[in-house]
Write a protein that binds this ligand. Sequence first.
Ligand code: ATP
Length: 238
Amino acid sequence: PDTVPALEVRGLVFRYPDGHRALDGIDLKVERGERVAVLGPNGAGKTTMTLHLNGVLRAEAGEISVGGLPVREENLKEIRRRVGLVFQDPDDQLFMPTVREDVAFGPANFGVRGAELEQRVQAALEAVGMAAHAHRSPLHLSGGQRRRVALATVLACQPEILVLDEPSSNLEPVARRELAEVLLGLGGTMLMVTHDLPYALQLCPRSVVIDNGRVVADGPTEQLLADAELLAAHRLEL
Ligand code: ATP
């Protein structure tokens, strides 16, 4: 039912093996169709949190559910389909000889075959404006194009929530703008980690600020970014 949030994180605690408490009780609820930016200074725990959403890292305490399904060992395959993680470095997601094969890899891994697989690949590449490049090697694409193909590899799995880690980092202004247009055109639920505050404002009506492994602010992006004290306290630079 529609009352089930897309994502619910409660009391998430995580310590790296060296004892550093990167997450210190994260609480976050995202409703279906919401687009939420995750802001915060370097080392705040943003990336560490995203790696818990699909079970790459296992929390020491706390609970996560995705569309009502708990992130637990026995559910990991379905959780990984539901949570579409786009890493900061697209090269972490592109390893096949052609764009088409990279985009087909995820859905094929979830058992999609034949005409449906081709249709998914085509739709994902069209959504990111890369259909004309299906038969090229990802190695020969620009940084912005690789970002969009990495996004397509995730879209082809039809995730219920898209989680993007620093999507605009290291992009030229044109590529940054093209990616924003693609993301705005997608619809659906999105969680976007970013240091790019104008990008958060453009793409995400709501933002949360994480610092020291905790959520320290949560509200309309416009309102949070207008709060000079909040920005200064958490080393956020417009
Ligand atoms: P950034 O904005 O710089 O990407 P972040 O908010 O994503 O930062 P994380 O990468 O989640 O922060 O890191 C949170 C904390 O955990 C930091 O203090 C970091 O140094 C530490 N950390 C990250 N990875 C490891 C690791 N493999 N072992 C030990 N500590 C780590």
